[in-house]
Ligand binder design. Structure first.
Ligand code: ADP
Ligand code: MG
Length: 544
């Protein structure tokens, strides 16, 4: 700057600005730090984390995205990495840790190239080429399982749950597979799965082995009248979304009652209307009534007298699920309650579990909605079991919707993609090739981390697996299911398999964020104000 010239301030007071190399290094450091926090949870021998929030609530988890969501990360680059985990969670459900550690490793490898004075845009370009190529390679190398075969689906679930607190428990694996088999529906030739059709209900108490699949729906409701039966077999179910009450008029009306008999007559009339409503329910043949709105005390009494088991103020969501499970139509007038509007269930019963009453609408013939009831010693246990179940349901949906497309796990898939990427890179010009090779190296982090978390020597394992792939063993990976088997095995034969979609998405979103972070060379940050969360103006690459 020439002497005497005043510096020009273009930013208001309180803003900080970091540019060039410093900005890049800071961002990369932050991303690496995030990847490092979740690294130790990866794979069957991964450890759990205990998260304590500001009011002292505890979460114990092995799930990458849950760790990151609870961390309240502030650094903007770190936040972008957390977003990767969230995207993965939304798109597939599983593979969140994998996505994050690949993103971290891509940036770590990029740093080495930056040190050799290779321009970040060149690295970004090479990464982009590599990322596209990985998707093609993955598609080509993927194999198929039979989506109608229970054992095949069970393998996917086992791979997804083995490192979680369920430990790949056989009973839990089976009930997850059974649940999805009920709700999948054939759409044309492709199957489709709506995970909303699987309700997850948790109740503390008992053990994991007491968890079960209910072929129907469990609702958190008590019967409305003590004289109603606790159990109704061969249930005929009426679903109504209107109130069984006398509507109060909007207009102010005065009813002048002069003689006592008149009052009696008036009340009789009200009672008769409610009685008529119950009569309609009864005449439809229903022995169970599930009502979205309220049920008047008098109506409750008559329902009980007719031997009908009734529930009121059931959520719209639950009503829909009951409809899918039992085949009942939701009616908005009791006149519509004819024979085919009713649903059926083998049994409807109320039961006290851990001090709370639940209603089970179960043993449905061909339920299109089911419920997984999770039991376990403490709330922390069942919460973690729920996360494991949700991950594996996401995996199953992906496999079913993609006609059984899978790859093998244990890092085998990443190692093969890595090998093929290097081959592909040979055709490219020097510096692009360098970036593609760095991308290929980064994918090896999965095997290294799986081995490291299992207490094996990551370098030894890596070298062995690399050699195996050179010899054409496409699915050679690190085997952690059985301590008596060799550490390097063909993972497809070991039955350690994952959906193609999970892997494609993990590598895709990891590379997208790495590229985005690489392209940033200027961080302009507003100063923190007392009551506002920190904000980033849309810098190059655009935060959030
Ligand atoms: P993510 O959040 O990425 O799903 P996980 O902790 O669930 O992380 O670990 C998934 C990784 O564990 C995958 O790479 C998968 O192939 C691997 N894995 C699962 N079961 C085994 C096994 N028996 N042997 C080796 N690796 C396994
Ligand atoms: Mg997983």
């Amino acid at each position: 700057m020439a002497e005497g010239i005043q510096p020009i301030f273009i930013l208001p007071e309180g803003y900080t600005r970091t540019s060039g190399k410093d900005a890049q290094r800071n961002n990369i450091a932050a991303a690496k730090a995030i990847a490092n926090t979740v690294k130790s949870t990866l794979g069957p021998r991964g450890m759990d984390k205990m998260l304590v929030d500001n009011i002292g609530d505890i979460t114990i988890t092995n799930d990458g995205v849950t760790v990151l969501k609870n961390m309240e990360v502030e650094n903007p680059a770190a936040k972008m990495i957390v977003e990767v985990a969230k995207t993965q969670e939304e798109e597939v459900g599983d593979g969140t840790t994998t996505a994050v550690i690949i993103a971290g490793e891509l940036l770590k490898s990029a740093e080495v190239l930056l040190d050799q004075s290779i321009h970040p845009t060149l690295i970004a370009r090479g990464y982009k080429i590599a990322a596209n190529e990985t998707q093609t390679i993955l598609d080509k190398m993927s194999i198929k399982l039979d989506v109608n075969k229970k054992e095949d689906l069970a393998k996917v679930v086992k791979t997804a749950t083995i490192g979680k607190s369920t430990g790949g428990d056989e009973h839990v694996v089976n009930l997850i597979v059974d649940s999805i088999r009920h709700v999948k529906s054939a759409v044309g030739r492709n199957e489709s799965v709506d995970l909303d059709d699987i309700k997850i209900e948790k109740k503390v108490g008992g053990g994991l082995a007491d968890s079960k699949l209910v072929k129907g729906v469990i609702i958190d409701k008590e019967k409305v009248h003590p004289d109603m039966p606790d159990v109704v077999k061969n249930a005929k179910i009426a679903l109504v979304n209107m109130a069984l009450e006398i509507e109060k008029t909007n207009v102010d009306a005065q009813i002048r009652i002069e003689k006592p008999e008149q009052l009696g007559a008036f009340l009789d009339e009200e009672e008769k209307m409610l009685k008529d409503m119950v009569k309609k329910v009864k005449e439809s043949g229903a022995n169970v009534l599930v009502c979205q709105k309220g049920i008047d005390d008098t109506a409750q009494h008559f329902l009980a007298k007719s031997g009908i088991l009734a529930f009121r103020r059931v959520s719209e969501n639950d009503i829909k699920k009951i409809g899918k499970a039992t085949g009942a139509k939701v009616v908005s007038s009791l006149d519509e309650l004819e024979g085919d509007a009713l649903g059926s269930a083998g049994v409807v019963r109320v039961e006290k579990l851990a001090g709370e009453t639940l209603a089970f609408i179960e043993e449905c013939k061909n339920p299109k909605a089911v419920t997984i009831l999770i039991r376990g010693g403490t709330e922390h246990v069942i919460d973690e079991v729920q996360r494991a179940i949700e991950d594996s349901l996401g995996d199953l949906r992906a496999v079913i919707e993609d006609n059984g497309a899978i790859v093998a796990g244990g890092g085998s898939c990443e190692m093969e993609v890595s090998r093929q990427l290097r081959e592909f890179g040979k055709k490219l010009e020097g510096r692009e090739q360098l970036a593609v090779n760095s991308f290929a190296d980064s994918l090896e982090i999965v095997v290294k981390t799986l081995a490291e978390n299992a207490g094996l020597d990551p370098i030894d394992i890596l070298v062995d697996i690399r050699a195996a792939h050179q010899k054409g063993r496409v699915w050679a990976g690190v085997n952690l299911s059985d301590v008596y088997k060799p550490a390097v095995s063909d993972m497809d034969k070991e039955g350690v398999i994952e959906p193609l979609r999970t892997k494609k998405q993990a590598i895709k979103s990891a590379s997208e964020v790495a590229i985005m972070i690489l392209r940033i060379d200027d961080i302009i940050a507003a100063g923190k104000s007392a009551n506002q969360p920190p904000q980033m103006p849309g810098g190059p690459g655009g935060y959030e």
